[in-house]
Design a protein around this ligand. Structure first.
Ligand SMILES: Cc1cc2nc3c(=O)[nH]c(=O)nc-3n(C[C@H](O)[C@H](O)[C@H](O)COP(=O)(O)O)c2cc1C
Length: 316
């Protein structure tokens, strides 16, 4: 069994954009691979923010994998062409997104009940041997057996790895993860497997690793938004003190603050909205009154005061 597993920072649309990833890598680190939130086509075009987000000049990370979401090989190829143009050698294919608007058009986990459509989509893997593809998926859309019907197809597709979030799409993020179905999938899957879902503490990583010793990595999303030091703490085998955490959060927050002020030309409301997103999952055990004051603040000066108040108290 590997001593510590590589940690992958899950893509989170609206949270883990380039500035967040850069600031996280600079101030905390401990993550082996970051992923961009999915790039998709909107009425046949790219969204400008997606292009900005994957731009190599905007990303300063040891390893970044761009992710695409598409319902057909044609759309996937259009997105892949952008990744190739930007110089990427890896691409992650999203077969897990549960958002109903996308899923009902057979994107993300919405494609999982249709093996022939998954097969068509994954045909891009063989077509672009210069690209190292990975897949991030759920167990199914409405039934956890859907992934089992795809196992031969997946095993016959040359993938670098598969990340599994063991829920079905219809669950969204509710209910428990289905570890039994994860184990069934693992027993038949020939690809390196990465576990993803509800990891909040070092002990959760260790417990999953003990249960599935052949895992090749752990992907963490909301757990890292809540505790950006989680990967670092796991790697170093020690927890940060409240003071150390406050210092690193302050540093990361300053990077985000300066970036948004510059990028949004000081538009106070926009800057505040962006910064408030940073606090949505962060430090859930911190002082409730200060967290509330951050979310309620409607002016930058009030916001700054609320952040200082919070970081000057014990954080957990
Ligand atoms: C707000 C939000 C946005 C997400 N955006 C993406 C995305 O762009 N691509 C993707 O593959 N998964 C996305 N996910 C799913 C996460 O990557 C991850 O699979 C999920 O949150 C479960 O992992 P966690 O329990 O560690 O957070 C998103 C999840 C949330 C809550």
């Amino acid at each position: 069994m590997q001593e510590t597993l590589p940690i992958h920072f899950a893509p989170l649309q609206g949270y883990t954009e380039a500035i967040y990833r850069n600031a996280h890598a600079t101030c905390f680190g401990g993550v082996d691979t970051y992923y961009t939130p999915f790039v998709r086509l909107e009425k046949g075009n790219f969204r400008k923010k997606d292009i900005r987000d994957i731009e190599p000049d905007n990303n300063h990370l040891p390893h970044l994998v761009p992710q695409l979401i598409a319902s057909s090989p044609e759309k996937a190829e259009t997105i892949l062409a952008l990744f190739i143009e930007k110089g990427y050698k890896d691409a992650d294919i999203n077969l897990g997104c549960p958002f109903p608007l996308l899923a009902k058009r057979h994107n993300g986990s919405g494609i999982l009940p249709y093996p022939s459509e998954v097969k068509a989509l994954l045909s891009i893997v063989a077509k672009y041997p210069q690209i190292s593809f990975s897949v991030k998926m759920r167990l199914g859309w409405e039934n956890p057996n859907e992934c089992m019907q795809l196992i031969d197809l997946l095993n016959n597709t040359p993938l670098r790895q598969i990340t599994i979030h063991p829920r079905i799409g219809k669950q969204q993020y509710k209910g428990d993860v289905d570890l039994k179905s994860f184990a069934n999938f693992q027993s038949l899957c020939n690809h390196p497997l990465i576990y993803n879902g509800d990891i909040k503490r070092i002990e959760d990583i260790q417990s999953i690793h003990n249960q599935y010793p052949t895992l090749k990595g752990i992907m963490i999303g909301r757990g890292l938004l809540a505790n950006p030091a989680l990967a670092l703490e796991y790697r170093e085998g020690r927890k940060l003190s409240s003071d150390e955490m406050a210092e690193k959060i302050r540093e990361m927050h300053t990077m985000l603050f300066q970036y948004y002020e510059q990028q949004l030309n000081g538009g106070e409301v926009q800057v505040l909205n962006k910064l408030k997103a940073f606090w949505e999952y962060l430090l859930p055990e911190a002082d409730k009154k200060s967290l509330k004051a951050i979310h309620k603040s409607n002016r930058i000066d009030k916001y700054r005061l609320a952040v200082n108040n919070l970081l000057n108290k014990a954080l957990f």
